[in-house]
Ligand binder design. Structure first.
Ligand code: ADP
Ligand code: MG
Length: 253
């Protein structure tokens, strides 16, 4: 793992007082209740917290997939809240790679077509060398003509990762990407996300429940009940486990 810079590097993305509420009145749910956090540029951040603490909502807001109720999301110098739908679509396409919890592939397109989809839609030619390296590292080079329904859950997830990384987005957002993978595939995927940071200078943010996976990151942000509840720098599995224990015991970290 690379050393964390002694000075905080510039933020690739940040949220300021981020609020996402569902419904209103007494039944309203505040999935995010004023989250201020930042993702250091060219670093790997893991997000952890109990189920329902707002992790997926935070990632969707960071990736411009969900419009916040209040507060700000900044991608570099761009305030996503100030963008039109068309501008936001372009930002999602050109600057962000999202790996969804369930892969989210189009069922009638082959694995290869799914990987190339964003580039095809944008009328761009994918970088063939990078594409070949990606599918090789992900172990899916002999699966590219298969439909998603003909692949295992783990293979589908790896196709989704290749799709997200193909355009070399400045920000890679992954929601529990190793959840459906066996140990070896999970480790390979984490290695690839780590390489995105170390070898290609991308910024990665990943939700995980797994302390071993979180320990691959440079910092872990903890969420509880829609608020930021702590930060672990230079995480190890032991430190992450201890922090999660404190979090569920209700301690302020
Ligand atoms: P996590 O990913 O940490 O499990 P989520 O971000 O998915 O948490 O959800 C945070 C909270 O917001 C939960 O209480 C969840 O039930 C609620 N929530 C998420 N999406 C919706 C929605 N579309 N409508 C209503 N409530 C939602
Ligand atoms: Mg979630």
């Amino acid at each position: 793992m690379s050393a964390v810079a002694p000075r905080p590097p510039e933020a690739a993305a940040a949220t300021v007082g981020l609020v996402r509420a569902y419904g209103d009145g007494p039944g309203a749910v505040r999935a995010l209740d004023g989250v201020t956090m930042w993702l250091p540029s060219g670093r790997f951040t893991a997000v952890m917290g109990p189920s329902g603490s707002g992790k997926s909502t935070l990632l969707h807001c960071l990736a411009g997939l969900d419009r916040p109720t209040g507060g700000q999301v900044l991608l570099g110098d761009t305030d996503l809240g100030g963008l039109s739908e068309a501008e936001l679509t372009a930002v999602r396409r050109d600057r962000i790679g999202f790996v969804f919890q369930d892969g989210n592939l189009l069922p009638h397109l082959s694995a290869g077509e799914n990987i190339d989809l964003a580039a095809s839609l944008a009328g761009r030619r994918p970088d063939r060398v990078w594409r070949a390296e990606l599918v090789e590292r992900l172990g899916i080079s002999d699966r590219l003509t298969h439909l998603p329904g003909e692949l295992s859950g783990g293979q589908r997830q790896r196709v989704a990762v290749a799709r997200a990384l193909l355009g070399r987005p400045e920000l890679v957002v992954a929601d529990e990407p190793t959840g459906a993978l066996d140990t070896a595939s999970g480790r390979e995927l984490l290695g690839l996300l780590r390489a995105c940071v170390d070898d290609y200078g991308q910024t990665v943010v990943m939700v995980t429940h797994d302390p071993q996976a979180a320990a691959v990151s440079d910092q872990v942000l903890l969420l509880r009940d829609g608020v930021a509840a702590g930060r672990i720098t230079a995480p190890t599995p032991e430190r992450v486990l201890a922090a999660l224990g404190d979090l569920s015991a209700g301690e302020q970290l």
